[in-house]
Design a protein around this ligand. Structure first.
Ligand SMILES: Nc1ncnc2c1ncn2[C@@H]1O[C@H](COP(=O)(O)OP(=O)(O)OP(=O)(O)O)[C@@H](O)[C@H]1O
Length: 674
């Protein structure tokens, strides 16, 4: 899909897309590192000059108060669409990369616990692309997943939208890296088998040891490409959901040297070198950025504001990778009572108006993160990194009201678990390894607690910075993709089994994703909806009881409530706080006036119903009486049946009222006529 996306951008270059045309052509890809966008310039400035840092430093938007204020008062700069055309030449190489014969690595499917995502796939080398129909099925699965929408959850104070009300599992995929040169030179045995249906068999070292079977949503064999990971891991769904307002996280877990960083950002140094975004080696992050901007481009009816931050947890200290400073001063992790989640205080966030800005953020962060060498990996991540892109979406839900959702996508590259004996760590590397292992142990413990449906005990998120910051993604309201990375060879067997067990446990975790909305927006939206419902109901009632004078719709409505002034979509954010409060109050008073009107109309209707009931009872009583009189008349030999109630006109007789049996008279008329 990434291939398709990139081609799509390329093809659209010449098309009349106004926003794009307004964007000046910028530097070629090689100049990415020389700050190509506004945000990138700021970044460069911040790392050199301290002054800029203060001016641009923003309190982490995870703090709900800050979130709402910034989105209200600052307004958002319009999103300018990615100017990918500038890398036209490079895209040719990307385009020419044929997928024929390598794309159909699909062997089978089992229904997984995360129904919206393709599951149970094994992506591997030797299966020809004869599974096109299957691929089509997958595309359809994706499409249906795209239409997965939430319903308004009023019980949650209108500030969130839950997804179907049902629980989802964390989506877990496994990626197996190829055998590396060192292992090849040692002629290490490959211990893994891939029977299909998302399963992996881990063979025992000796014949006495039974093979172990594990199953997941998707398994990527060593030959799977970076593009396959984008296509089949379910990350696209996560990005779509992040745009819709969900909190999404993709994280890579595995032992050191198992390919976590490779999966997320490609081979060592690729991003830092400022490689073309069309490079086939790019990992999930760059590909996701491209897909994300394509999604935004396809939805021009909404207004988007993107902000990115990048941090690492190094030796239990949080370092801002976009603003590390020469002293790499640690940032504080705090608890927000309002959002009931942890956030990093004073984290540097960058407005990402263009795709370039996201690339610049990634590049800057990758350059600043801690990397070291040990016996098992020459470019080992010595910290856990967390790249976060927040997506504010303003939707014009009505003529005069705009509603905002706040989604985010996190990419977490965990440092690898290390057996210090094998990595031959000492000194600084040993201290790093101990911290990495400790925080991974806490993460493992949290996962174990969360995955055990029976236990409802305490989850020790607070025991490490990593679990504090991942708490949101692991439990409750987030949507999470775990990519477990493993090595296939014998020397890594124990770590591989540990990782697979870890992943199996994570697969059992249940979550209930919700869309985050501003409480203010949700309140206005729900009041507007209620007003509409009441208006419809009242109109219906007015028609039903046929009120003409007393309850003249217009006069009644006008006199009893102050209708809020119409406000254009998107103007809401420019309104000062005071006017917004007034607007909410106007809506509330309109709402209560309509309720009042509603109640009164119901009273009138009830009164009329009671009157109607009395009348029909009276009617029935009279009818009964009439029937009694009629029956008396038909039985009486002296009173002849007449065709109707009439005044006697017989000459000589006194005027008397006579009740006649009109049934018999009618009969006589009919028989007479025949
Ligand atoms: N799927 C793959 N295809 C080709 N090369 C790979 C693959 N996975 C990993 N590698 C290579 O293996 C080496 C180690 O991978 P990487 O640095 O991503 O491991 P890691 O799990 O992030 O390790 P650490 O936890 O120590 O940071 C790198 O040179 C990487 O390019």
């Amino acid at each position: 899909m990434a291939l398709k996306n990139l081609q799509l951008f390329h093809m659209n270059r010449g098309m009349g897309y106004q926003n794009r045309q307004a964007t000046p052509m910028k530097a070629p890809p090689s100049a990415l590192s020389r700050s190509i966008s506004k945000s990138a310039e700021t970044l460069a400035a911040t790392t050199i000059a301290g002054k800029e840092i203060k001016a641009r430093k923003a309190r982490s938007t995870e703090q709900p108060g800050a979130n709402a204020t910034s989105s209200l008062s600052k307004g958002g700069s319009s999103l300018v669409l990615p100017a990918l055309g500038k890398w036209g030449e490079d895209s040719e190489s990307f385009k020419s990369r044929s997928r024929n014969g390598r794309s159909g690595f699909v062997r089978g499917l089992v229904r997984g616990p995360f129904p919206e995502l393709p599951c149970g796939l094994v992506l591997y080398k030797d299966v020809p692309s004869s599974n096109l129909s299957f691929r089509h099925f997958l595309a359809e699965t994706d499409k249906s997943a795209s239409s997965r929408t939430g319903s308004l959850d009023r019980s949650n104070q209108g500030s969130s939208i839950t997804l179907n009300g049902e629980e989802d599992n964390i989506n877990v995929v496994v990626r197996v890296r190829p055998v590396n040169d060192k292992e090849r030179s040692l002629q290490e045995r490959d211990m893994l088998e891939f029977p299909g249906k998302g399963q992996i068999i881990v063979n025992g070292i000796s014949l006495a040891q039974k093979p172990k079977l594990f199953s997941y949503n998707v398994v990527f064999e060593p030959a799977a490409t970076q593009e396959d990971v984008l296509e089949y891991s379910g990350i696209k769904r996560l990005l779509e959901m992040a745009v819709e307002g969900f909190s999404c996280t993709a994280f890579c877990y595995g032992q050191t040297g198992s390919g976590k960083t490779h999966t997320l950002t490609g081979p060592p140094g690729l991003v830092e070198r400022g490689a073309s975004p069309y490079s086939p080696e790019h990992g999930l992050v760059v590909r996701s950025f491209v897909y994300l901007y394509q999604l935004l481009r396809e939805r021009p009816e909404c207004h988007y504001v993107l902000k990115a931050s990048f941090l690492e947890i190094y030796n239990e200290k949080v370092i801002d990778l976009l603003n590390p400073g020469s002293a790499r001063k640690p940032q504080q992790v705090r608890w927000s009572k309002e959002s009931r989640s942890f956030y990093v205080e004073n984290l540097f966030t960058v407005d990402c108006e263009e795709l370039d800005d996201l690339f610049a953020v990634l590049e800057e962060g990758m350059r600043n993160r801690a990397v070291g060498a040990h016996a098992m990996n020459a470019h080992s991540s010595r910290s856990h990194t967390l790249l976060s892109v927040r997506i504010r979406r303003d939707v014009g839900s009505d003529q005069d009201i705009t509603c905002s959702t706040h989604g985010k996508i996190n990419f977490v590259d965990l440092a690898g678990s290390e057996m210090t004996k094998r990595t031959k760590s000492s000194g600084k590397t040993l201290e790093e390894a101990n911290n990495i292992n400790r925080s991974l142990m806490v993460l493992g413990y949290c996962i174990a607690q969360l995955s055990d449906g029976k236990k409802k005990g305490h989850i020790p998120y607070r025991d490490s910075k990593l679990t504090k910051l991942l708490a949101d993604s692991l439990s409750g309201n987030g949507v999470t993709l775990m990519i477990a990375c493993i090595a296939p060879t014998k020397s890594n067997l124990n770590e591989t089994i540990n990782t697979l067990r870890y992943a199996s446990r994570a697969k059992k975790i249940k979550s209930k994703p919700i869309v985050k909305m501003d409480a203010r927006d949700a309140l206005i939206l729900s009041l507007k909806r209620e007003v509409e419902a009441l208006q419809t109901e009242n109109n219906h009632l007015r028609t039903a009881v046929q009120i003409h004078t007393d309850y003249n719709a217009d006069t009644y409505s006008q006199k009893s409530r102050g209708t809020p002034p119409p406000i254009e979509a998107n103007k809401l954010y420019q309104l000062p706080q005071k006017e917004l409060v007034e607007l909410v109050q106007l809506h509330m008073s309109e709402n209560s006036a309509l309720r009042q009107e509603n109640t009164e109309l119901f009273v009138v209707r009830d009164q009329l119903l009671r009157d109607q009931e009395l009348l029909s009872r009276e009617n029935e009583r009279l009818l009964k009486k009439l029937e009694d009189v009629n029956s008396v008349c038909t039985r009486s030999p002296i009173i002849p049946a007449r065709a109707a109630y009439s005044i006697s006109s017989s000459a000589g007789l006194p005027d008397i009222d006579i009740w006649t049996n009109h049934v018999s008279s009618a009969n006589s008329t009919i028989s007479g006529g025949s």
